[in-house]
Design a protein around this ligand. Structure first.
Ligand SMILES: Cc1ncc(COP(=O)(O)O)c(C=O)c1O
Length: 428
């Protein structure tokens, strides 16, 4: 009998078979489960406190890999397998506390140690200077589209926007409710395939800040460098939702960096805001308490109940990124993966096409189309049969999109490239 993945066992998957002793190896506290929807004998399960070590000192055996697909989703996206397995073994009893992270008080010493370690690991990863605060918030990056103008300017003040895709466009539309907006450059006319040269930008002299989306997830357009803000009192704000922690970033070039966690660093539900401390504390009066950076900063992101489990998961990812050698090494891997895929597109002699200008192609989201667009449905279906899922492009642009965030293994990209070559040969 094949070992059920411990994951499917915990979620009560109907296909789940009774776990073998192997998949229960890292469980020591007896418990009894009935698998839902099936007439089965009660199953005795044992759980341990330590996720990383078994009683004999060895690491838990990864039980899930044979069941997993290569998931090219844009977000929520694939997470590192070792992080998922660690979370799985922590799930029932976190480090001998007798509680799951989901059951802990956010004010208890256990959770405080989790959030503090997550912040300190993130600070180490991104080398965040001490004059910046790190906030773990909720509401997604979309909520920050309102939170930023509410906190950073008054209704009659102007914010400049460089719009390189749909997310930048949404940020403008939301900001318009709370300040004056000035779109100083938009790539819409070119179907969002470019980043402007910074010299050609006509920045407002009095703009409170300049907003960019560092990586446009839908269009696959990524800033490789950042504009300098013309107003000496202004600053740069970047939505880094889809390239957060994918490479080193000089945080000191920005007033604010923000992003949802669900692409590169955790599950949905956590939004990270990195903000220069002197920019905190002058929010518009109408700012809801949950959007006020000062409130969250003064309360170390614990003003109300935070997304505890999500923050814990982000912490595991930060730990994993540090163990991989930090963001320089992570970037090297990402460059290699993206290079493989873009090369395959180029070498296809037009069978596959990427519309994005070469110099600003994203390391994270690779959109491509087929010369014969009628084959796109078949491409997506056949790829799924081979365990490569979520390759359909965003509904607004069509075609395909392979999101290859940090957690996508090189093997996933190699498999996709091999599949693309086979598919082309079949349809040449
Ligand atoms: C670049 C970018 N900004 C903002 C968002 C919106 O994020 P959320 O869904 O967390 O509000 C997304 C979501 O995909 C995104 O990719």
């Amino acid at each position: 009998m094949a070992a059920a993945s411990a994951n499917s066992f915990l979620v009560g998957n109907n296909n789940t078979q009774i776990p073998t002793s192997q998949s229960l190896l890292h469980l020591t506290k007896p418990n009894t489960f009935h698998l839902p929807g099936k007439k089965t004998k009660p199953v005795s399960v044992r759980c341990v406190s330590s996720p990383t070590q078994l009683q004999d000192g060895s690491k838990p055996i990864p039980t899930g890999s044979q069941d997993r697909v290569f998931n090219f989703a844009a977000g929520p996206a694939t997470l590192p397998e070792n992080v998922l397995l660690k979370a799985q073994s922590d799930l029932y009893n976190w480090r001998g506390s007798g509680m799951s992270v989901m059951e802990m008080s956010h004010r208890g010493k256990e959770f405080l140690s989790i959030i503090q370690k997550a912040e300190s690991d993130l600070r180490q990863l991104l080398e965040i200077p001490s004059e910046y605060s790190v906030l773990f918030l909720q509401g997604g990056a979309t909520t920050q589209f309102a939170g930023l103008p509410l906190n950073l300017c008054k209704p009659d003040e102007t914010v400049d926007f460089v719009v390189t895709g749909s997310w930048g466009d949404k940020a403008v539309k939301e900001a318009k409710k709370y300040c004056k907006t000035n779109v100083i450059w938009s790539g819409k006319g070119d179907k969002y395939t470019k980043v402007p040269s910074f010299d050609e930008l006509e920045q407002s002299l009095d703009a409170k800040y300049l907003h960019i989306c560092a990586n446009e997830t839908i269009h696959g357009v990524e800033f490789k460098d950042y504009p300098v803000v013309r107003n000496p009192n202004g600053f740069l704000v970047a939505d880094m939702s889809s390239n957060f922690c994918s490479k080193p970033v000089d945080v000191s070039k920005f007033g604010v960096i923000y992003g949802g966690a669900q692409k590169n660093v955790g599950p949905s539900g956590v939004t990270i805001v990195i903000i220069r401390k002197d920019l905190i504390g002058d929010a518009q009066e109408i700012t809801p308490v949950m959007l006020d950076y000062k409130i969250h900063d003064e309360n170390s992101s614990l003003y109300n109940t935070p997304p505890c489990f999500g923050i814990y998961m982000c912490g595991l990812v930060f730990e994993d990124l540090l163990e991989q050698g930090g963001l320089k090494d992570v970037e090297r891997k990402n460059v290699r993966k993206a290079g493989l895929l873009y090369n395959a597109i180029e070498e296809s002699k037009g069978f596959y096409r990427c519309p994005v200008e070469k110099s600003v192609r994203s390391l994270m989201n690779v959109p491509f189309t087929l010369e014969r667009s009628e084959l796109e449905g078949e491409f997506i279906k056949e790829a799924a049969k081979e365990g490569m899922v979520q390759l359909k492009g965003h509904r607004s642009v069509g075609g395909m999109r392979a999101s290859i965030y940090n957690a996508m293994p090189l093997a996933g990209v190699e498999k996709l490239v091999a599949f693309m070559k086979d598919f082309q040969a079949k349809h040449a």
